[in-house]
Write a protein that binds this ligand. Sequence first.
Ligand code: NAI
Length: 334
Amino acid sequence: MAHDVTLIPGDGIGTEITAATLRVLEATGVEFAWDRVEVGEISLAAGGPVLPEAVYDSIRRTGVALKGPVATPVAGGHRSVNVTIRKTLDLYACVRPVRNLPGIKTPFEGVDLTIVRENTEGLYSGIEHMVTEGVAESLKVITHKGSTRIARYAFEYARKKGIGKVTAVHKANIMKVSDGLFLECVRAVREDFPEIDYNELIVDNCAMQLVRWPQQFGVLVMNNLYGDILSDLCAGLIGGLGVAPGANIGDVGAIFEPIHGTAPDIAGKGWANPTGMLLSACMLLDHLGEDAAAARLRASLDAVLEAGTVRTRDLRGEAGTEEFADALIAALAG
Ligand code: NAI
């Protein structure tokens, strides 16, 4: 039976990598009934709202979505589409696995870590205002509930995947109350996971450790802003934004999407690397219980990347998005 899945192609390179990913998914033989919803600039250009209610209706019905990047128009005072979707559906766990891919040479080998980022509060709570002329204020909201559930998610993820270490990333030396509460909650949760090693790192030190010795890490749990920044840094460890997947997970559903944005500098050129989106699609297949298809797709992707003859420009190749998808489809068939 076909899987009901919401499809949000997104803006910019989103439409290009989505088209390529759909072709590849079709080649896996898994059947999908896509419920396509346009949001962001594409929806606005068609005379619709930047964030149509249909997105929520669809995800509440299907429970799962595959999404490309979305640009929130800067003019017009729109709230970030991505942050709003995650908050409205309470998709509190942003999960970003970072692993070396075969054939993509970087200064680092043996990277295999996962960032678990709190996705609904922190400095992205959207509470911002001018206090008086020339003075702006942005509130960082940390709650016991939000910190405890993200900590539990991180430890349970580590246990499920057999990962032996969880690191809490914070800035409690400066933000003693807010990050202090976060740490207190993580420490309480870790008591239930005695078999997992635990340590704590201040975020600036963590950034340095990541670029010196990333192999020391397993799961890193942190609040919203630190997770946003460090996940781009971690993508850099394995070949850049084009190869990093992610998921936003909550109790009502899950959205799978690459970590990168709409890449306006290359949008429309057909150059975008679909690997981050394809690996997000693998996470979607895992989530749907299509383990065999996910494994086949990952193996084919590894084979194409390792062969290195068809490679996108961000990885110093010359292939376009569609050409890369063709090579992958051939590998799946072979
Ligand atoms: P970006 O991730 O779009 O681009 C940064 C750099 O990485 C650019 O040079 C781009 O060409 C390159 N890049 C990104 N993805 C690539 C891919 N698949 N293949 C090859 N090269 C790739 O970040 P930027 O420019 O800061 O953001 C652009 C827009 O995207 C903004 O409107 C932002 O709000 C939005 N955005 C949306 C996200 C989402 O929907 N989840 C996440 C991040 C940004």
